[in-house]
Structure formats: C-alpha cells, structure tokens
Design a protein around this ligand. Structure first.
Ligand code: MG
Length: 364
C-alpha cells in the first residue's frame, strides 16, 4: 500500500461557550484542519490538526502550508505503516507538531483499516473504553460550580479546573467545588504556567487541603529549577503538559524528577511519538492521561483509541471537549455515557465523516 495524496481541509465549528484559560488562551470556535491520506488501494486515513498559536506557534494557514508544501510531498509513495521512515523525513523540518501529528494519525488510521482492526487493538489492546473528565474554564465561581454539578449529574466523576490568573479565587473555586460535589470526585487544576514559584507553592498548598489530586504546569516551563522547587514543596504530583511536548522533553523531565504525571496529546505527537512517550513514562513509574487540544470528534476518537489501548493511561482523560461544540463533522456521534467513551467497533479510528457537514464548515 502506497500513499498517493494528502488532503488538508480547513474548517470552522463554533463552540457553545467560548473557552478561556491561562494568560493568553481564548477560543471561540474550533478552527482546525481535516487531514485525509489517500492510498493506492483506495483506503483513506483520517485525522484532525488543531492549530494553537499561543502554544505551538502554528495557525490554520501555517498547517495548510506545511502539509501542502513540506510534509505531504515527503510521504507520497511511502507505505503508511512505515512511520519511522516518515518521521526521519519529518525531522528534517523543525517543529510544526500538529501538522506532523495529524499526518501521523491519519497514516496509522489507514494502516489499521488495511488490517481490518480498530486502532486500540493495534496500539496495545488494553481496552475499548476510556473514562474521561470534564474541564471547567474560567468563569465566575458560581457558574463553574453549577457547570460541575450539571456534568456530575451526567456521570462525570473527574474535573479539571483552569486556574492561574487570580490565586485567591483559584483556592476558593477548589474549596467550593469540593464542598458542593463531595469527597469521591477527582479534582485537579491546570495553571497553564501562570503562577510564579512562590505563588505556586503557597496556592497549591492551600488547594491540597481540599483534596486537589494534582496540579498541571504551575509555573513557566523554562524555569526547570523552579519546577523542582515547587515539586519538592508540595505533596501532590505536578502533571507535565507544556514541559513534555516531545519524547526528548520527557527524557529530560524524568531525569529532573519534578513531574509525577504526564499529559499525552496525540494531536501534537501523533501515535508514533506518543508511543515513545508512554513507554518512557511507564518505565519511570509515571502514569499518564490523554490531554485535550479541544479536538472535534475526529481528533477525539484518535486520542481515545490511544488512551484505551494503553494500561499506563490510568487517570481519566480530558477528551470530552467535543461536547462543547455546536456541531461536528462526524456522521455518527461519539458514545459517551457515565463519563466513559466507548469506541466504535469499525477498523481504524472508526470515524465516519458527514460529507454535507464538511461542505458546510470548510473554509477554503
Ligand atoms: Mg494544560
């Protein structure tokens, strides 16, 4: 089987409620790129690229350019399952993680379809189900509590809270959330690197009193000495997200010893680099979860297959964000009941695209 063509289709689907996080993060709509890898035997691999200029410096336009002019031409003629050959070529151009990641995911999808197996069976086969959490963006405390209670009633047992701008409010949110939702729910927070070292230590120690399970990226990632200091001063683990973009980052962080949990995001590392990450994490005794890049249905399915396949993805994953979209490109909605995604039984990632919706939402 040989790759004959790579399609990159920009699309835009609005969110029900705009999402705010950290110091610079704000999203009103999913403005992503649908990637389709065509092969000579008619199999089509599907994936989604998620531009995040504030995180990776990529835009929808830069992803389209990179796929059309660099990464697409590099893989034409290759076998979709020869991902090491693919990455040897990708590595000749620096960065562009979600453009590369989406092609990688689409190649794995095509290879799985050729074998007639769902991706979770090829990626490790641990399970075809994945528990997920719900993320609370920054709003007023009462709105955040109400949202958590509504989602708890729908079966979610794990909540991620965006913090970092107002430490006093952050502590209050965790306190109020714990008091209203009870002791059995997992609560963790993501500061998106917005605290300084002393604010982080002071604030997290207070949050610990309300059963905060772990804290994601409390301080700027460049400050690795500070990350060690924070890790030693608090009693809960730090989860790495911005500090573990690549397998090489993970190697460094394991040596540093400041990270206790790793957020794996298949949109930025595909499956090929995500496997290199999870193997290192597992050998270092570091559990993982699947982090969200606010994917639509296609990207959610891709990430869910990886998380379900691997035992070491042992915390609830964050990939429920598709529920916050006004619409989707999928013809068949994702099955999410009682906080658990159940994967489709079809080969590959199981995504069936609705061509009418692609026409409606595409931007080219
Ligand atoms: Mg994060």
């Amino acid at each position: 089987m040989k790759i004959t063509q790579i399609e990159a289709i920009p699309f835009k689907i609005p969110y029900l409620t705009p999402l705010k996080w950290g110091l610079a993060g704000y999203l009103e709509a999913a403005e992503h790129v649908l990637v389709r890898v065509h092969t000579d035997d008619g199999i089509i691999g599907i994936a989604e690229a998620t531009p995040r200029p504030t995180i990776y410096g990529e835009s929808q336009a830069s992803i389209l350019y990179a796929i059309k002019n660099w990464f697409g031409p590099m893989v034409i003629g290759l076998d979709p399952s020869h991902t090491e050959k693919v990455w040897a070529k990708f590595d000749t151009i620096h960065w562009n993680p979600t453009a590369k990641g989406a092609i990688d995911l689409a190649l794995w999808d095509a290879a799985a379809k050729a074998r007639g197996l769902p991706l979770w069976e090829i990626l490790g086969g641990s399970s075809d189900r994945l528990p997920v959490s719900w993320m609370l963006g920054m709003r007023s405390i009462s709105e955040m509590i109400q949202e958590a209670m509504d989602m708890r009633a729908k079966g979610f047992k794990s909540f991620k809270v965006k913090v970092g701008i107002d430490p006093g409010k952050d502590i209050q949110v965790i306190k109020s959330l714990r008091e209203s939702i009870g002791p059995d729910v997992l609560i963790y927070a993501d500061a998106n690197m917005a605290y300084d070292v002393s604010t982080a230590i002071r604030t997290i120690k207070k949050m610990e009193e309300y059963g905060l399970a772990f804290i994601e990226e409390p301080i700027p990632v460049w400050n690795w000495r500070g990350r060690k200091k924070v890790a030693h001063a608090i009693s809960i683990p730090i989860m790495g997200d911005e500090s573990v973009f690549t397998p090489q980052d993970v190697a460094r962080e394991i040596d540093l010893g400041a990270i206790g949990i790793i957020s794996i995001k298949t949109p930025r590392t595909g499956y090929t680099l995500s496997l290199k990450i999870i193997h290192q994490a597992e050998m270092a005794g570091i559990p993982c979860l699947m982090g969200t890049q606010a994917e639509t249905g296609v990207g959610t399915l891709a990430s869910a297959h990886f998380g379900a396949a691997r035992r070491n993805v042992s915390y609830p994953s964050e990939i429920s964000f598709f529920l916050g979209l006004k619409d989707d490109l999928l013809a068949e909605p994702i099955s999410l009941k009682d906080g658990i995604i159940e994967l489709p039984k079809r080969p590959g990632n199981g995504a069936i695209l609705d061509e009418e919706k692609i026409k409606k939402y595409r931007m080219d």
